[in-house]
Write a protein that binds this ligand. Structure first.
Ligand code: LHQ
Length: 264
């Protein structure tokens, strides 16, 4: 399988759909898939035709984290430097997702384990099939939760639930994940892709400059003081107020019609 096949990429109506595509391995990451996903997200940064991203998985799983067959310890040799793997692969991708000033929707179509779960949680709006489960599988193999998991779980869930999920590696079903606020929605399996595509399309047709600024502000709120955040809101609102989308939004409201946003 070539690199481009390990992540399928399709752009339509402003939505770049990236589909993790190693279904026989539950879309676990090998180096090709790491590179292909990173290239996909980088394209979303660089290509103004991309106004939203939809990330999902092919087959019955979303992503089972790192391909554990890639570093079979039975082959012997020195222990791998997994910190290097994070520096080379997961961390740049996580940073690209979080710094992308465009909405990223994730459709978790099946099991999301290890780094696969935490990549989903790094996305902006996460929908999951009701049959999907999230597993912080790391403790089963002697690792720590990576791909931003310790950061996002502790922030979203608080210590008690974050610790229980990561220390036990118990699966968390999609509906409970939604009840806990870890994801946006759990939907019937048959409806997942329709709902995720409709959501991504409606975001892509929206005032994406303002949506991108909103994403950044919400993320920065975690580390800003109120004073810093008020200043950041002022600066972003100044920018949004100068956008063509603001003028179009207000004009459309006054003319009692739907707005036609351009993302500028
Ligand atoms: C897999 C995998 C997989 C290879 C399913 N690899 N083949 C790690 C190291 C390096 C750097 C830093 O970061 C990380 C981050 C991580 O992500 S560590 C966590 C790695 N992931 C896991 O530990 C999860 C391993 N997988 C599982 O526990 C199960 O497969 C889950 C619970 C995800 C799904 O269980 P089932 O639905 O029962 O499916 P299955 O186990 O039968 O898997 C289907 C196939 O996919 C099977 O292959 P086969 O040839 O037997 O049909 C699995 O071997 C393969 N597969 N995950 N991570």
């Amino acid at each position: 399988m070539t690199r481009s096949e390990t992540v399928l990429s399709a752009l339509a109506d402003g939505v770049l759909t990236l589909t993790l595509n190693r279904p026989d391995k539950l879309n676990s990451f090998n180096e090709d898939m790491h590179r292909a996903l990173r290239e996909g997200i980088r394209r979303a940064h660089d290509d103004s035709a991309v106004r939203a991203v939809l990330l999902t998985g092919a087959g019955r799983g979303f992503c089972a984290g790192q391909d554990l067959g890639d570093r079979d310890p039975r082959r012997g040799g020195p222990a791998p430097d997994l910190g290097h793997t994070l520096d080379m692969f997961y961390n740049p991708t996580l940073r690209l997702i979080r710094s992308l000033e465009k909405p990223v929707v994730c459709a978790v179509n099946g099991v999301a384990a290890g780094a696969g779960a935490n990549i989903a949680l790094a996305c902006d709006i996460v929908l999951a099939a009701k049959s999907a489960r999230f597993i912080q599988a790391f403790a089963r193999i002697g690792l720590i939760p990576d791909a931003g998991g310790t950061w996002s779980l502790a922030r979203i869930l608080g210590e008690p639930r974050a610790k229980a999920l990561t220390l036990t590696a118990e699966p968390l079903m999609a509906e409970k994940a939604a009840d806990w606020g870890l994801i946006w929605k759990a939907v019937d399996d048959a409806d997942l892709m329709d709902q995720a595509q409709a959501l991504a399309a409606s975001l892509a047709a929206g005032p994406t400059l303002g949506l991108g600024l909103t994403k950044r502000l919400i993320q920065d709120a975690a580390t800003n003081s109120l004073d810093q955040q008020l200043d950041a809101e002022r600066d972003a609102q100044q920018q949004a107020g100068r956008s063509a989308d603001y003028a179009e939004g207000v004009t459309a409201f006054l003319e009692k019609r739907s707005a036609r946003f351009s993302g500028r």
